[in-house]
Design a protein around this ligand. Structure first.
Ligand SMILES: *[C@@H]1O[C@H](CO)[C@@H](O)[C@H](O)[C@H]1NC(C)=O
Ligand SMILES: *[C@@H]1O[C@H](CO)[C@@H](O)[C@H](O)[C@H]1NC(C)=O
Ligand SMILES: *[C@@H]1O[C@H](CO)[C@@H](O)[C@H](O)[C@H]1NC(C)=O
Ligand SMILES: [Ca+2]
Ligand SMILES: [Ca+2]
Length: 309
């Protein structure tokens, strides 16, 4: 009996004293904490142009790391060394100073032509800052595709206490008891899946007609996602395996339920149509809030969900 009371009392103390996650040096699961700088970092090993790198960091509640101290460089060096095959440069935030160009001789290549079509990165004619493997700051033309590093100070790292997510712009729908957000960046289905997970949420799963109504409302009240292949589709948390032989395609949620088991299976008209035999990832169609299959590798907006208990 006493044992139980003491145990219960201690549990209460622990519970009451537990600081919010932002003060326990936790952030998105894909970020690493450095106690010397009291900040979180993520080295993105996928390559992007400079502008897109800035966008990705911003979506994660961070910024391209401006290497303001030796500690920042040391942090990057520590992360970089795990990827010996990653090349010699990582995009960092411009620190406002002039640096040597890391480019030995001017190259004219296809990436340049490609970048002409996306002039945002050409605006910066003076180049964009990189950190080299040796820890030096140089510049390269902004249209190069490089890995990049994001940083956020612990005090600025977003934590939504009500929704219990490390993300911004989550909206609570009382009719469902879930919070939702539409990050303002287009991703492939696997990237979207990872991003929601890293925030402590998951790609949206419709479990009822009421939830359909809420998400339909959300997609019609949020601004378009810039750069999405089509602004009216949003990746959602269901997909199918590519069938072997003439087996039937079965869509399942990320929690391994069929759509019927999950509680909502309202396909949009003439869907799923498996267009060009390549549509195995799930989405929600803005016009009716219903389901549609899409190609997993294409980049669309997506919806993250977190249940509130
Ligand atoms: C979404 O819900 C809000 C609040 O209930 C309501 O004011 C708004 O009209 C709805 N919008 C749509 C497009 O359903
Ligand atoms: C395709 O389906 C038919 C009838 O359902 C079956 O007889 C046949 O063995 C299947 N073929 C393959 C390759 O699975
Ligand atoms: C998913 O569900 C199916 C059928 O209910 C089951 O056979 C399978 O083992 C499950 N997969 C996982 C990863 O739990
Ligand atoms: Ca749900
Ligand atoms: Ca389709």
């Amino acid at each position: 009996m006493w044992k139980y009371i003491v145990f219960a009392f201690c549990s209460l103390l622990v519970f009451a004293a537990a600081p919010p996650p932002s003060e326990t040096h936790r952030y998105r699961t894909d970020y690493e904490y450095n106690k010397r700088t009291n900040a979180f970092y993520k080295l993105h090993i996928e390559v992007n142009r400079y502008g897109r790198s800035q966008d990705v960091c911003r979506i994660e509640g961070a910024q391209l790391m401006v290497p303001s101290t030796d500690e920042d460089i040391a942090q990057l060096h520590g992360m970089f060394k795990y990827y010996p095959d990653l090349g010699d440069y990582v995009w960092v935030g411009n620190d406002g100073q002039q640096h040597e160009s890391a480019e030995v001789s001017p190259i004219i290549d296809l990436t340049r032509l490609e970048s002409m079509m996306d002039n945002s990165d050409l605006l910066d004619a003076t180049g964009c800052d990189v950190v080299t493997r040796k820890g030096e700051i140089d510049t390269l033309p902004c249209y190069h595709r490089l890995p990049f590093i994001c940083k956020v100070e612990a005090k600025d790292a977003p934590y939504d206490r009500h929704c219990d997510v490390y993300g911004k712009d989550y909206r609570y729908y009382q009719s469902v008891g879930s919070c939702y957000a539409i990050p303002k960046i287009p991703y492939s289905w696997p990237q979207a899946y990872d991003d929601c997970q890293a925030q402590g949420a998951h790609l949206v799963v419709l479990n009822s007609q009421a939830e359909h109504d809420a998400v339909y409302n959300l997609t019609n009240t949020e601004p378009h996602v810039p750069g999405a292949r089509a602004y009216y589709f949003f990746f959602a948390g269901y997909r199918a395996d590519v069938p072997v032989g003439n087996a039937t395609v079965v869509f399942k949620t990320i929690f391994n339920q069929t759509l019927e088991e999950a509680g909502y299976n309202g396909w949009s008209e003439n869907e799923p149509n498996n267009a060009q035999g390549r549509e195995y990832c799930g989405s929600i169609f803005k016009n009716d809030g219903k389901l549609n299959d899409l190609e997993c590798a294409h980049e669309f907006g997506y919806i993250c969900e977190k249940e509130v208990h």
